[in-house]
Design a binder for this molecule. Structure first.
Ligand SMILES: Nc1ncnc2c1ncn2[C@@H]1O[C@H](COP(=O)(O)OP(=O)(O)OP(=O)(O)O)[C@@H](O)[C@H]1O
Ligand SMILES: [Mg+2]
Length: 365
């Protein structure tokens, strides 16, 4: 099922939670709404599901207009065939796993044979078929989350919406369920809208990510494109780019660009001249793109400095390096790749000009 969201606006009093949002979700697509707390993810989802009445705009699910402020259309949630899974999984503890999953089907007065068949089908999908008769209160958190998912899947929704469904689980379980969720979504060809503030979750689950800031989509695209080319420094920051420095000036010559960093006396070369922004540009470099060496290299983007912090992280070391030219940089050194540097060591930090991005501070300045 396709979803089309047009000029969606949601106000709570004078506060605008969703600001003129436009989004087309393809049939069978996994779309992730990603953004920090309060950016409007849950609000957007609730509007699609019919749990929240938008102030204005239009929502179409598979050619059916489910909301249109101008025409006064607002279909209730049960007429939208949308399944929802929430962060708090609200599984009924006094029922068995199978009864939990069968509950909504019973209310639809389907035959017992059909209910049994669909319950087993849904439990098999989430890997809980052998738990059908177990009391739901006797399940682990991850299993309860699967029951909640099975309860939505059993209704055979045309759209599945999940709002941070894994955030109550420990990291390892989250990683596993994330993969399982993606498998189920692909297997059923389900159009899904998945809400998270976790970029790793978004990257793992999304065909496309819609990145929200302040109720607006500031970037829409495939995970890899977004990772490699964030549209602004604030998006880069949100996506884990840790070296973000204000520019005092930018000069371009022969297809290469040199930025002068505002803090101190540092010149950084970038090969992406075309990305130079007019409005308060910032230099953005990922920690893993910095190389730390104990001797100078022939890279022109190379600066001496002193190791202030060296945090051992198992496979790699996280360095804080204070450059002689001023700023402090966050660098990630792989232990396998070479030497380890210690606090107080004089080192050189280098970066390939192709890994340096000069971005506008914000998408909407
Ligand atoms: N009923 C309400 N009345 C007033 N303001 C609200 C209401 N519900 C949400 N908001 C505000 O709207 C904004 C968006 O809320 P929303 O729940 O969509 O955020 P979110 O992106 O889901 O955040 P989180 O990651 O914390 O769940 C927030 O600033 C929130 O405080
Ligand atoms: Mg939310």
């Amino acid at each position: 099922m396709k979803i089309s969201i047009q000029n969606l606006q949601l106000k709570y009093g004078s506060f605008t939670a969703i600001d003129n949002l436009n989004l087309d979700i393809e049939d069978g697509e996994s779309l992730v709404l990603l953004g920090q707390s309060g950016c409007g993810k849950t609000s957007t989802m609730r509007c699609i599901a019919g749990l929240e009445e938008p102030t204005s705009g239009r929502i179409i699910i598979d050619d059916v207009v489910v909301f249109d402020s101008e025409r006064g259309i607002n279909l209730p949630p049960n007429k939208r065939n949308v399944g929802m899974v929430f962060q708090s999984y609200a599984v009924w503890p006094h029922m068995t796993v199978a009864q939990n999953v069968a509950y909504s089907l019973k209310r639809k007065r389907l035959s017992k044979a059909e209910i049994d068949e669909r319950v087993i089908e849904a439990l098999t999908l989430v890997g809980l078929e052998q738990f059908a008769d177990r009391g739901a209160s006797l399940l682990s958190g991850g299993q309860m989350q699967r029951v909640a998912l099975a309860r939505s899947l059993v209704m055979r929704p045309s759209v599945l919406m999940l709002d941070e469904p894994l955030s109550n689980l420990d990291a390892r379980l989250r990683d596993r369920l994330r993969v399982e969720l993606r498998e189920i979504q692909l297997k059923l060809g389900l159009t899904t809208v998945y809400v998270t503030h976790d970029q790793h979750e978004a990257f793992a689950l999304a065909d496309r990510i819609a990145l929200l800031q302040g109720g607006r989509i500031v970037q829409l695209g495939e995970p890899r494109d977004m990772y490699e080319a964030p549209a602004s420094a604030s998006i880069a920051h949100f996506l884990g780019v840790s070296n973000i420095m204000e520019c005092a000036g930018i000069t371009t010559a022969d297809g290469s660009t040199t930025a002068r960093v505002a803090d101190g006396d540092l010149l950084i070369e970038a090969s992406h001249g075309e990305t130079v922004a007019a409005h308060s540009p910032k230099v953005c470099i990922r920690a893993e793109h910095l190389q730390v060496t104990s001797a100078p290299t022939d890279n022109p983007n190379s600066w001496p400095g002193t190791v202030r912090v060296a945090g051992f992280q198992g496979n790699d070391v996280r360095y804080a390096i204070e450059l002689e030219a001023g700023p402090e940089l966050d660098a990630l050194g792989t232990l396998r790749r070479g030497e380890q540097h210690n606090v107080g060591d004089r080192v050189w930090v280098a970066v390939d000009a192709r890994e340096v991005q000069i971005l506008p501070a914000e998408v909407f300045a």
